[in-house]
Design a protein. Structure first.
Length: 577
């Protein structure tokens, strides 16, 4: 696995923007700047993002994309997108297409440098031949289970395979037979001949090639042997002229092998640098676990807005700017740690607050009839689109005799600190009038179904002329003009900060949040959102930020709750926690 594996727009939506060069210097920048001062690599900086096309990218991959592309931008270098397509049994064009879309959406630009490990299959094969001829690789007929047994443990050295000392000629002939397809899957492998007593298990004669009679999405049936990741990766870096091969900490133990291959092959030698992967609270970033969530139906697919996938975050309403800001804030470290998801949500709020329009929507409607407002009359109230950006202007919101407000904004017998609407109490309607509740209508079960109110015509859009004050301002929509919508209220997918914190005999799915999705089917939204395209983002005043979902139709809009208005991270930061 690699850093790419990580185990391993406004309104309308904005186009992808460039990732800004990271501001603060980190240890990777220091290494690169030392190389530049020394004239290493001829002053070049060339990075890459090498995903495996066997799944969808997630927020952890975003950290790697932003880091690698950001470095290339910072030092006027180059950036490659390269697919590590060395396992045809797990790869799919669907994944390739989604990865390309995600990397482009995040703002990274690989220009004309889109590559595949399969571009180098012939060259990698020749590299393997070179190792065999040097006596540094051999064909092994041990089974996969026997190879694991022979490898030994962290405390015990491995044992040499009985096939380890075959002659160069025999190994060349057998490897050619492997390529021709003379052997079934699993019959034999090509291994490097290094050191079975090495304290580093990765150096104990690792497998270079295995037999897979499987059709490849790009090379078809040309090959029936495929290189292992450890063999393909460093050599692909070398072929592409990568200067700094940046990967996550779990590959620190693989670096001696990375270096060994390049040195033995006597080819251009990039430098591998490891950094800490992203770990996020209330989230899993393991491809295996994410695939389990999809296959077992815990989520609706890879782009479910509860998923930490880039496609899921995009569908939920995240912006590339917010994700890039998050990746820059968390920085780059050599020590593993876990980041509170509240920081990611904070970055999103900060971005949305500046760019998205405000509208009024009522999720759980309570009917309000203004008894002294003329029947059939409609007024249009001027509403501010975004107080943070005067250039976004204003809109006209219809006001009429019958309105909807939120059920939670009324209590028949309110406690002391409830300042919203109650019998005999007066409140302000946003952009409109003061209204006073004069009567409550209930159904046969005693449930409140309607409020009878009066309004003060002298309070339109402002305070009462007589100076009286109200303690609450409520949002509302006109019943005759509002559009019906569905709201999908998403919450964290896992209840615990660490989803793997489970009782014996359980797995991470025991911590799934049963309330991670609540569907509210009959909401009402002001008419200004009519025709909004999927991906359009809004702040529903006093409620949360929302995004139009692709499931929307002209007959009924569907909104995903992107993030709440309450900023947990701001409180944490204020306390210095």
């Amino acid at each position: 696995m690699t850093t790419s594996e990580n185990e391993r727009d406004s309104n309308p939506p904005l186009p992808p923007a460039e990732i800004p060069a990271p501001g603060a210097t980190n240890f990777i920048h220091e290494i690169i700047e030392a190389d530049l001062r020394a004239g290493k690599n001829g002053g070049r900086v060339h990075t890459r993002f090498p995903p495996e096309p066997n799944g969808y990218l997630h927020i952890g991959h975003a950290k790697s994309i932003c880091l690698n592309y950001g470095i290339a931008k910072k030092y006027n270098g180059k950036f490659n997108l390269r697919f590590d397509d060395t396992n045809p049994t797990k790869e799919d064009q669907e994944y390739i297409d989604s990865i390309i879309e995600d990397v482009r959406w995040l703002g990274a630009d690989w220009e004309d440098r889109l590559f595949y490990a399969s571009d180098y299959f012939e060259q990698l094969y020749e590299f393997a031949i070179k190792l065999i001829k040097k006596g540094k690789a051999y064909v092994d007929h041990l089974s996969a289970e026997e190879i694991r047994e022979y490898r030994g443990t962290l405390t015990e050295p491995g044992r040499e395979s009985p096939y380890r000392n075959r002659s160069v000629e025999e190994n060349l002939a057998l490897f050619e037979q492997m390529r021709r397809g003379d052997f079934p899957d699993g019959t034999c492998v090509l291994r490097a001949k290094i050191d079975m007593a090495s304290p580093n298990l990765n150096m104990r004669d690792p497998v270079l090639y295995r037999i897979l009679h499987a059709e490849h999405h790009r090379t078809g049936n040309t090959w029936c042997i495929y290189p292992m990741y450890d063999f393909a990766h460093g050599q692909s870096d070398s072929i592409e002229g990568i200067t700094h091969s940046i990967c996550t900490l779990e590959f620190e133990d693989h670096r001696p092998l990375y270096d060994w291959f390049l040195d033995e092959l006597e080819i251009y030698h990039p430098q591998q640098i490891e950094f800490a992967r992203l770990n996020l609270t209330n989230t899993v970033l393991s491809k295996r676990k994410l695939l389990r969530l999809v296959r077992d139906g815990h989520v609706r697919g890879w782009d479910d807005p509860r998923m930490p996938t880039i496609s899921g975050l995009r569908r939920r309403g995240y912006t590339p700017e917010a994700i890039r800001d998050f990746c820059e804030r968390i920085g780059v470290s050599k020590s593993n740690s876990i980041v509170d998801i509240a920081l990611l949500e904070h970055c999103l709020r900060q971005d949305l607050n500046l760019r998205v329009p405000r509208v009024m929507a009522v999720l759980r409607p309570l009917r309000v009839v203004i008894e002294n407002y003329p029947e059939g009359q409609v007024e249009y109230m001027e509403a501010v689109n975004n107080p943070e950006d005067p250039a976004m202007g204003t809109r006209q919101v219809p006001f009429s005799r019958v309105l909807y407000i939120e059920q939670d904004d009324f209590m028949e017998d309110p406690p002391a600190k409830f300042y919203r609407l109650a019998p005999g109490r007066e409140v302000r309607l946003r952009y409109a009038y003061f209204i006073k509740c004069v009567d409550v209508v209930k159904d046969a079960r005693g449930q409140v179904v309607e409020l009878r109110c009066t309004y003060d015509p002298a309070t339109r859009g402002g305070d009462a002329p007589d100076g009286r004050k109200v303690k609450a301002t409520l949002h509302w929509v006109s019943a005759a003009h509002a559009l019906q919508a569905e709201a999908r209220l998403y919450d964290h997918l896992f209840l615990k900060a660490n989803p793997d914190d489970v009782e014996e005999g359980q797995d991470f799915t025991a911590n799934l949040n049963p309330n991670s999705l609540e569907i509210v089917p009959n909401c009402w939204v002001e008419p200004s959102v009519a025709g909004a395209a999927p991906g359009t983002r809004y702040q529903f005043e006093r409620i949360a930020y929302f995004c139009v979902d692709p499931d929307s139709t002209p007959e009924k809009l569907v909104f995903n709750r992107t993030v709440s208005l309450r900023d947990k991270w701001a409180k944490i930061a204020a306390k210095g926690e």
